[in-house]
Every structure is written in structure tokens, then in C-alpha cells.
Design a protein around this ligand. Structure first.
Ligand code: PMV
Length: 324
């Protein structure tokens, strides 16, 4: 049995796909996956595994489980789905951790790499931000190894190594003070693969989009010392700027923008932005008055909840019942 946390991207979503840095942190929402081997057919919560309902779990089994027998998978999800808070990464990391443990592998960089490969194969693109954050816990900075931010202890490199498509990112630990933020879920389910493809198309055609991606990278770099100094006013102002660049990329959604406007008008708000791929999903607010921000989000039609950032990463919850 293994568990893994959800995540919030504070800075750098989308830009990280193009090698710019991102900052993300694990939340206190966790998904637990229990894997029990040696069945005669692979099931998820008692149902036969199916690519339509269990795409991440199916890919995890196909790529990570090397033994001939089938597995029974039980999941307990604590991260809201398709809302930009890392539910698929938490599910993937926890499942891959349990499958690897049953086969005698427990190393954390190997888990980060395997979980990224599963996520990438399932959604067809993207960066290892979500899976690395869910694996590492705490706060991380991640960027293409061509341009590492060099802000903290280097944890590992993770990448996509197939002929003609070599790409790797450096993951560093950043010293993130425990931070409570308010998330506002619009209820519109955004699809990461669609938003990543949309930005890729726009970036091909439009220099303003390419500039915005680079500007998001620059804002992320500025955020590292601001976070370290706990200069929350500066962090909030950078979040507002990042939001406007994400809007330029075309990943904002009217339902999310309604929540952004509502929370900006609320007392105590220091900054807010989309978090994750967008096209719906969630926004994140840094505020001195979490209850006021939550009320503003709910009044504007969203679902609000506070999360504490910097929670532990993937971990085995107990020894598997069946040893390899
Ligand atoms: O929508 P999420 O929470 O999976 O975040 C995606 C972040 C992107 O930068 C848009 C894509 C990626 O893989 O980095």
C-alpha cells in the first residue's frame, strides 16, 4: 500500500513544458493505492480494469508490472479529480510505488522516473512537474536540465529518453515555508492534454505566446527568493502577473476568471492565479484571510478549500501482504 499527495503549481505551469522553471508543492490531500498480486485478472476496486475508466492505472500496470500474474488494485482518492490539483499524478505515483515495491524496488528517483513515464504515456505529453512533486513532497523547483534554476538541493533528473525525443528536467528541493493557500475549484473539468496541445499550437504560430512562456519563466525565478524571504506581498504580486500571462496563453476559462475576480476584490488577497493546466479546473489564492477568500469563491459559484503546502511525498503505508 502506498500513498502520494496532490500538488499545487505556484508558478510555471505550461512554461515548464518548454524548459522554463516551475515551482510546485505537495498538498495535504493524499491518494492511497493498495495493490495485491497474484489474481487471475486485473481489477480496480473490484471491476475489471478498463482504459476508459482507469487509464493511468492501466498504463501503470502495463509499464511497471513485469510479472505474469494479474493484480488487484484498490484506490482511495483524496485529491479532487480534473481540477488542477494533481489527482492523476497522486494516483499514478501511489500505484507505481506499490507495484515497484511488490517487485523489490523502492528507490525514489526510480519512482519519479517511472511515474513520469506512465503519466506521459497516458496523456501524451507534458512535463514531470506533477509526478515529481507528488513523489518528492515539500516544495520543488523543476526545469529543463539545459537551464536548471540552481536554487536548492538537487534531487534527481527525470526525463523522456526515447530516440529523437531526448528531454530531461532537473528537480531541486526548495526551501518552502509551510504555507496555507485557498483553492477555488470552478467545477469545470479541464483536460491537461487538451490545454498542453492548445498552447503548443499557439506557440508555433504566435510570438506573443512564446514571449508569455518566457515571461512566466522569469516570474518563477523571481518567486524563488520571494518565497524564501516569506515576502508574501511580492509572491502574491508575482502570482497576479503569472495569471495574466496564463490568460494570454489561452488557458483561462470564464468560470475560473469569475472566481479570480471575486477573490481579487476580497480583503486580505495578496495574489491569485490559475493553477495547473487551466481550461477550467482550479485557481489558487494567497491571502491573509483564508476564510474571507473561501467565502468569496463560494459566493461566486466555486468550491473553496484550504490546503497546506509542503506535505510529505510518496510513501509506503505498510508492507505488502504478498512478498515478491
Ligand atoms: O493540470 P495539471 O495539474 O496536471 O498541471 C499540468 C501542468 C502543465 O504544465 C500544464 C503540464 C505539464 O505536464 O507540466
Amino acid at each position: 500500500m502506498a500513498s502520494a499527495p496532490g500538488k499545487v503549481i505556484l508558478f510555471g505551469e505550461h512554461a515548464v513544458v518548454y524548459g522554463h522553471p516551475a515551482i510546485a508543492a505537495a498538498t495535504d490531500q493524499r491518494t492511497v493505492v493498495e495493490v495485491d498480486c497474484c489474481g487471475d485478472r486485473t481489477t480496480v476496486n473490484g471491476f475489471r480494469i478498463h482504459d476508459r475508466f482507469h487509464s493511468y492505472l492501466l498504463t501503470s500496470v502495463e509499464r511497471v508490472w513485469k510479472r505474469p500474474d494479474a493484480v488487484r488494485i484498490q484506490t482511495e482518492g483524496g485529491v479532487p479529480s480534473a481540477s488542477g490539483t494533481g489527482s492523476s499524478a497522486a494516483l499514478t505515483v501511489a500505484c507505481v510505488a506499490a507495484l515497484r515495491r511488490l517487485q523489490g524496488h523502492e528507490d525514489i528517483p526510480g519512482l519519479a522516473q517511472a511515474a513520469f513515464e506512465v503519466e506521459r504515456a497516458t496523456q501524451g505529453g507534458g512535463s514531470p512537474t506533477d509526478t515529481s512533486t507528488s513523489t518528492a513532497g515539500g516544495g520543488i523547483a523543476i526545469s529543463s536540465s539545459l537551464d536548471p534554476p540552481k536554487v536548492g538541493e538537487r534531487l534527481w533528473d527525470v526525463g523522456w529518453h526515447v530516440p529523437g525525443e531526448e528531454r530531461s528536467w532537473t528537480v531541486e528541493r526548495i526551501d518552502m515555508p509551510p504555507l496555507t493557500v485557498v483553492l477555488g475549484n470552478s467545477g469545470v473539468k479541464g483536460r491537461t492534454d487538451e490545454q498542453v496541445a492548445k498552447v503548443a499550437n499557439a506557440a508555433k504560430k504566435n510570438a506573443v505566446v512564446r514571449d508569455s512562456l518566457a515571461e512566466i519563466g522569469a516570474l518563477t525565478r523571481e518567486a524563488v527568493p520571494a518565497l524564501r524571504k516569506k515576502d508574501w506581498a511580492a509572491v502574491g504580486a508575482l502570482m497576479d502577473k503569472a495569471h495574466s500571462r496564463l490568460h494570454t496563453l489561452g488557458v483561462n476559462h470564464p468560470a475560473v476568471e469569475t472566481l479570480i475576480q471575486a477573490v481579487r476584490a476580497a480583503p486580505g488577497t495578496l495574489g491569485c492565479k490559475i493553477t495547473g493546466a487551466g481550461g477550467g479546473g482550479s485557481m489558487v489564492v494567497l491571502t491573509d484571510r483564508p476564510a474571507v477568500a473561501a467565502k468569496a469563491i463560494e459566493a461566486a459559484g466555486g468550491t473553496a478549500y484550504g490546503v497546506t503546502l509542503g506535505s510529505p511525498g510518496a510513501r509506503l503505508e505498510k508492507m505488502a501482504a504478498v512478498e515478491p
